[in-house]
Design a protein around this ligand. Structure first.
Ligand SMILES: *Cc1c(COP(=O)(O)O)cnc(C)c1O
Length: 391
């Protein structure tokens, strides 16, 4: 194992503090390292591997696509892109989709789409209101709307005209509103930011504000979307359909793919030929992954499975919190859960790793749980036992 670690460390820009584990293979909700040690996975590659590992139907579809065609560029149509777009439109209620290669790129596109909308309407609006403790990715545009100074400061000056408001505080959002505001970008449930759920009042308030002002509501569903909250997309539980939404992570089950989508009302005044593009976006392989992922989600009723297992997870975590004073609070819903810990969360994560349990952290000393969406109650029991032994 050390040989891979040494080589990797030497060869890459030092941007990650990786755990000293070399993962080699996955099966269901378990991962195995190069020494054959087994890990129960409650991270899912940061909310990516919703279908877990080694899904044969998905793998066969990908293999078949590889043998057929993996790249065409966007100069031509391909057989998978339309299927993937239809699938995403069906589950999101959005009308038009643009495929990207990552979440950050989906955010970039969403910001450009909003700017173009304002430009074409001739409103002179260009500012964005974003939320404190939000996370939207690492490219310059995405960092500009990310509510964390540590992520932003070294890269300033960033995109001009971005203002930050307090999440779940509508007055704070209104205080940032000007006649130049073109959109409000937010996660219905902040993942990286500490597993903070938007309140019904806040989400409705944002929707109403956008309608009143003629500005766009942009939802980042990259982490909280694709079934994780017990809805296909987190905004759906609030009934606050955004004008533009960004997706990535779980939509491709591990293939690098993202998308931004918009309503027809936005599309009518937004991006046109020549405004935006990407060489790989919408490539047949990534799109085959999206189309098959959605097909499996729908047929296997993954979302209702998340509701059921999510309720069980909530109950078990609540009980665990009552048994120990190590857990200060529990937050989250479905299979995106967090616990604010007393001890530094890094220590707990390392100890869990030793015991064969993969968990991650979020801001605010929160232990973040993002298991594959296919977990069963027995895996939750196993996780609780392991976590108990660590605490
Ligand atoms: C992961 C994430 C992103 C960025 O996605 P990348 O694929 O890493 O660029 C953006 N927004 C949210 C909410 C995320 O969780």
């Amino acid at each position: 194992m050390n040989q891979y670690i040494e080589e990797t460390k030497k060869g890459l820009v030092h941007t990650y503090n990786r755990f000293p584990v070399v993962l080699e293979k996955g099966e269901g909700v378990y991962l195995y390292d190069t020494d054959g040690k087994k890990y129960l996975d409650f991270a899912a590659g940061i909310a990516v591997c919703g279908l877990g590992y080694g899904n044969q139907e998905l793998n066969q579809a990908l293999k078949a696509q590889i043998d057929c065609l993996t790249h065409t560029s966007n100069l031509y149509y391909n057989t998978a892109c339309g299927r993937a777009a239809t699938a995403l439109r069906r589950i999101s209620g959005m009308d038009r989709v643009f495929f990207t290669n990552s979440g950050a790129e989906a955010i970039e596109g969403a910001l450009k789409a909003a700017r173009k909308y304002a430009w074409k309407k001739g409103t002179g609006r260009y500012e964005f209101i974003a939320m404190e403790h939000s996370f939207h990715g690492r490219s310059i545009g995405a960092v500009s709307v990310t509510g964390s100074e540590a992520y932003r400061t070294p890269f300033e000056p960033l995109l001009p005209g971005v203002k930050f408001a307090e999440f779940n505080n509508l007055d704070s959002v209104k205080a940032q509103l000007t006649d130049k505001t073109c959109g409000i970008i937010l996660e219905a449930l902040q993942g990286e930011g500490g597993i903070n759920r938007g309140t019904q009042e806040f989400m409705e308030g944002i929707r109403k504000l956008c309608d009143q002002e003629g500005i766009l509501m942009i939802c980042d569903e990259i982490q909280c979307g694709m079934g994780r909250t017990g809805e296909m997309f987190a905004w759906q539980s609030y009934g606050t359909k955004p004008d533009i939404m960004a997706m990535a992570k779980a939509i491709g089950s591990g293939l690098p793919v993202g998308a931004f989508a918009m309503t027809e009302a936005v599309a009518e005044y937004s991006l046109e030929p020549g405004d935006h593009g990407t060489t790989y976006g919408g490539n047949p392989l990534a799109c085959a992954a999206v189309a098959k992922t959605v097909e499996i989600f729908e047929r296997e009723e993954i979302v209702s499975h998340v509701r059921e297992t999510g309720a069980y997870l909530t109950e078990r975590l609540g009980k665990l919190a009552a048994e120990t004073d190590e857990i200060l609070d529990c937050r989250g819903i479905g299979l995106i859960q967090g616990m604010k810990m007393k001890r530094p969360v890094g220590e707990i994560i390392h100890a869990a790793l030793e015991k064969g349990l993969l968990v991650i952290s979020a801001r605010d000393n929160v232990l973040r749980l993002l298991p594959p969406l296919i977990i069963e109650k027995e895996h939750i029991d196993e996780m609780i036992e392991k976590l108990k032994s660590v605490l």
